[in-house]
Ligand binder design. Structure first.
Ligand code: GLC
Length: 629
């Protein structure tokens, strides 16, 4: 075994390993030349001190070259298309949808049958929740993966997945899958071998003989799933302790071992070759641990992602990463760059949308849009109203303090509000991972239930539409949780299901609501009305090039309940004004006088004269095409 040495020597070793694994074609060599210096420097930083550094780097390149050789021609053609148009995901025509395969359609064949509906909706991106082989029984909704190369047999086969990816491509829809690379299930082959003491796998996980190291780490780590187990470790049957950030059956991989990186790069490229176009990088904040730190968002986490990005660029260059970092906004943004993750969830906008609806005050959201929305070129937000996970109040304490808000008390208020424990609340949410020790909690619930539809609140439907109007207009890729477009309500049956009752997120992961989908053209129902209004917004977005990309300029009015911003296009802008309050707001002509008076309302298809000012009804909003004077 050799440690990493010079770029030249390590390059030679890498090429030799790749050649031994199969032929080296020119297209690969070009990309190898472009990416290797970067990968080498990342490996040196991460694994410079390891005796097996050079070997694992060389093997990683061999894995990449083999994957390239196996990459189907149609995917190589897609790569070329994406490379010629790297801004493809910033188009105003992008619209994402997300669902569980089993809950939405039974299995992969069922998802295929839904393609006409996805097209009707205008989806260009479909995130199927984890569909891999996982332990029977509890498996964190599939986030405990037992094999990245096998589809959960209850959902279908890998061949079906590959065919589905192709069918989706034909329909103009990019398949998005999770890359759950922080941990595997305790049933993964690597996990079994590690516990059994197989020397090749012992170091794949973080296993300690006694409590000494776990105790030392836990002085500074946070409890992520305290309902499941305290701290970050669980005990094995033989008495040893293993790192488990999430559920006790999800064991964290040890990325300090470069063999883990090499192995996961292989799993990643296997998935790449099935036709996935976006990989959702699960739980990115947790992938590197260091004693004495929170073991979250350490610098090495970024280096690792960049190294995966370099490997992807060698062997599947049309693909992009989406970061799932639900952490402090400064940390969320640190993952986003064309060299790391091109896409990222925008948990801040999501949380502050709900914050604004509860408080009827748009100022925190307004500040966030003005100060925390900008992104590096070549990247985009994924904006969503809710996901399969909880709503966590990840705004920055200092941003709240700047508005005189005590962050701790405010989060407590929001938790009470959204779990319906606050007098006059319109929300029907359920607490998730309530931690009595820290007072921390998050909230579960479908959009319609959180927004007041379930409680029969008169403004519930307007809030659902308003929240989506924000997500659809601030830039990047808007992502719909399928079912929300027909006002799906909470499903409380999880509480009777022994496999689910411990995890309240199941309340908002109900089965596809057939009745509501059947009502989607019936305007006498909430499903029909919401569907009509949301599809109108989607259509308006598709026809508004101003809404592409991420550029956003704040627009302030004298009204704290109004969130305002402009999305600049070539000659025109789209001005969005949204009233999160319960009372009508009159925006006076002077406030709007920077624009030519003739404007066009994109949602209602009508001319508007800005010299007359604008009335924004409670929970009302406008998307106006305007020209700057
Ligand atoms: C991510 C997923 C979440 C899961 C966790 C552990 O945060 O979104 O659902 O529980 O990772 O994999």
């Amino acid at each position: 075994m050799t440690a990493l040495t010079t770029l030249q020597a390590d390059r030679g070793a890498a090429l030799a390993a790749a050649e031994a694994a199969g032929r080296l074609d020119d297209a690969f060599l070009d990309r190898f030349d472009a990416q290797f210096p970067r990968l080498h420097s990342l490996f040196t930083e991460l694994y410079g001190a390891r005796p097996d550094g050079q070997e694992q780097l060389a093997e990683t390149v061999a894995v990449a070259s083999t994957a390239w050789n196996l990459r189907p021609l149609e995917l190589k053609a897609r790569d070329a298309l994406r490379e010629a148009d790297p801004a493809w995901f910033q188009s105003e025509r992008m619209l994402g949808g997300v669902c569980y395969v089993d809950r939405f359609a039974g299995n992969l064949a069922g998802i295929r049958d839904q393609i006409p509906y996805f097209r009707e909706l205008g989806l260009t991106y479909l995130h199927l929740m984890p569909l891999f082989d996982a332990p029977e029984g509890e498996n964190d909704g599939g986030y405990a993966v037992s094999s990245y190369r096998r589809v959960n047999p209850s959902l279908g086969t890998m061949e079906q997945l590959t065919e589905l990816a192709a069918d989706l491509r034909t329909a103009g829809i990019s398949l998005v899958l999770d890359f759950i690379f922080n941990h595997t299930s305790d049933e993964h082959e690597w996990a079994r071998k590690a516990v059994a003491g197989d020397p090749d796998f012992e170091d794949f996980y973080l296993i300690f003989p006694d409590r000494d190291m776990p105790d030392a780490y836990e002085l500074t780590t946070r409890e992520i799933f305290p309902d499941d187990h305290p701290g970050s470790f669980v005990q094995l049957e033989d008495g040893r302790w293993i790192w488990s950030t999430f559920y006790h059956y999800q064991w964290d991989l040890n990325y300090a071992n470069p063999a883990v990186f090499r192995a996961m790069a292989g799993e990643m490229l296997f998935l790449a070759n099935q036709g996935v176009e976006v990989l959702r990088m699960d739980a990115v904040a947790f992938i590197w641990k260091r004693l004495g730190t929170a073991c979250e968002s350490l610098p090495e986490a970024h280096l690792l992602l960049q190294a995966f990005n370099a490997v992807l660029a060698m062997a599947a260059p049309g693909m992009v990463f989406k970061s799932e970092a639900i952490v402090h906004p400064d940390e969320v943004i640190a993952y986003i760059s064309p060299d790391e993750c091109e896409l990222s969830y925008n948990p801040l906008q999501m949380a502050l949308t709900w914050e604004a609806l509860a408080t009827r005050d748009g100022r925190l959201l307004q500040d966030a849009l003005e100060r925390r929305h900008a992104l590096p070129a070549g990247t985009a937000w994924v904006n969503y109203v809710r996901s399969h996970d909880d709503v966590g109040w990840t705004f920055a304490d200092e941003d709240a303090a700047a508005l005189g808000i005590d962050a701790f008390a405010h989060r407590q208020f929001l938790n009470r509000f959204y779990t319906g424990r606050h007098d006059g609340s319109f929300a029907r949410g359920v607490a998730f991972q309530e931690n009595p020790a820290t007072g921390d909690a998050r909230v579960a619930g479908t959009t319609a239930s959180l927004a007041g539809v379930e409680a029969g609140d008169a403004a519930g439907e307007d809030r659902v539409v308003l929240a989506h109007a924000l997500a659809l207009s601030t830039g990047g890729i808007p992502l719909l949780y399928l079912g929300d477009e027909v006002a799906q309500l909470n499903d409380y049956s999880y509480a009777e299901d022994p496999l689910r009752r411990g995890d309240s997120r199941w309340v908002h992961r109900g089965n596809r609501p057939r009745d509501r989908y059947a009502q989607r053209t019936d305007l006498s129902t909430p499903a029909g009305r919401i569907h009509r209004r949301l599809t109108k917004l989607v259509a308006a977005r598709q026809q508004s090039p101003e809404l592409a990309g991420n550029a956003l300029i704040g627009f302030r009015t004298p009204h704290p309940s109004v969130v305002g911003y402009q999305r600049p296009g070539e000659d025109t802008r789209v001005l969005v004004l949204a009233n999160v309050g319960d009372t009508e707001v009159q925006v006076d002509p002077l406030t709007l006088s920077g624009f030519e008076s003739a404007a066009f309302d994109l949602v209602h298809d009508t001319e508007v004269d800005l010299e007359e000012g604008l009335a924004l009804p409670p929970h009302g909003f406008v998307w106006l095409r305007v020209r700057v004077r």
